[in-house]
Design a protein around this ligand. Structure first.
Ligand code: FAD
Length: 277
């Protein structure tokens, strides 16, 4: 198997200790040669300043950076300001999202879905930015059905996306089926699997329920059996995710996007064992 490109996702830290952890993780991951680091952005601008600071720090290190931009709860003028801000920093790649408004918080704003954001970026910024969008091999939890979700994904790509990064999943067949459906529809952009290392079972189970990612029963059962033994969880989690990545590479995945949660070790171990470093 020949190595494929890869990228790392970070979130903007809230505390000085969190910032130190992020900087230490970037120092460990950067030598592996990722295509870029991406930085998440809270819906309604909730992490705006922290995302800006993290992106600015990465740019100061000379690192290719892809800020995420979630549009729900924002006005057109705020989005334009952010796009100009990034353009002035020489940023050429964005991850364009709808985001999720915390319940009961604020007005939806000028954009309702990610395709509207993509269209707006293309209309106002031309081809300056490479635009990645989100894809859901196990389908978005709010989608009426699988076909409607694929229709919406297709609209988002046709609005001007250059590529997609998937929600994480632990069933490679779901990715292959999604990709094959896209090919049948004539969607040709690369669909990059999002890879979530398994390090903390309870946190992962909670998050997976919310975002609609399925943890297969046999994986859940084995993780439950590990109890509080974090080393055992990490070792088993590594084996599961490594096996999945190997299948994805054999099946022609174009790249990997690792959700690092600002921790270097799990992604480092995966890259090393996949021969990506
Ligand atoms: P959309 O593409 O708009 O889809 C959302 C839902 O609406 C889907 O069910 C879709 O089928 C439906 N839909 C789409 N268009 C229409 C339409 N025209 N009419 C009716 N229904 C429609 N969240 C953050 O807040 N910040 C981040 O930084 C962030 N990063 C992410 C990175 C990746 C790689 C992924 C996979 C997700 C990320 N998320 C982030 C989470 C994401 O914001 C949520 O999953 C959100 O619920 C959907 O965003 P989206 O861009 O996929 O939305």
């Amino acid at each position: 198997m020949s190595p494929i490109p890869f990228s790392f996702e970070l979130f903007p830290p809230k505390t000085p200790a969190g910032l130190e952890r992020l900087q230490a993780s970037v120092a460990e991951l950067r030598p592996l040669g990722p295509e870029y680091f991406s930085v998440t952005y809270g819906a309604g601008g909730s992490t705006r300043e922290r995302t800006f600071e993290t992106v600015a720090w990465l740019r100061e290190q000379g690192i290719d950076t892809a800020p995420h931009l979630s549009c729900i709860g924002s006005q057109r003028s705020e989005i334009d300001e952010i796009l100009d801000h990034y353009r002035n920093q020489g940023i050429h790649r964005l991850v364009a999202l709808r985001g999720d408004m915390p319940s009961g918080m604020g007005e939806p704003g000028d954009f309702h879905h990610a395709d509207e954001l993509v269209r707006h970026i293309r209309a106002t910024q031309g081809d300056w930015f490479r635009i990645e969008v989100a894809a859901y091999p196990e389908f978005h939890p709010q989608a009426a059905n699988a076909r409607a979700d694929l229709d919406h994904f297709e609209h988002k790509v046709k609005a001007g996306a250059d590529g997609a990064i998937t929600q994480y999943f632990y069933n490679a067949d779901a990715y292959f089926a999604f990709r094959d459906d896209c090919v049948r529809r004539g969607i040709e952009v690369p669909i990059v699997p999002g890879i979530m290392p398994i390090t903390n079972y309870l946190q992962l189970a909670r998050f997976s329920d919310a975002c609609g990612a399925e943890i297969p029963r046999w994986v859940r059962k084995r993780l439950e059996a590990c109890g509080d033994d974090l080393e055992a969880i990490r070792a088993f989690g590594h084996e599961v995710v490594l096996g999945q990545c190997q299948r994805l590479m054999q099946g022609g995945a174009p790249a990997f996007h690792f959700y690092t949660l600002n921790q270097a070790a799990p992604a480092l171990a995966l890259c090393r064992d996949l021969g990506l470093a």
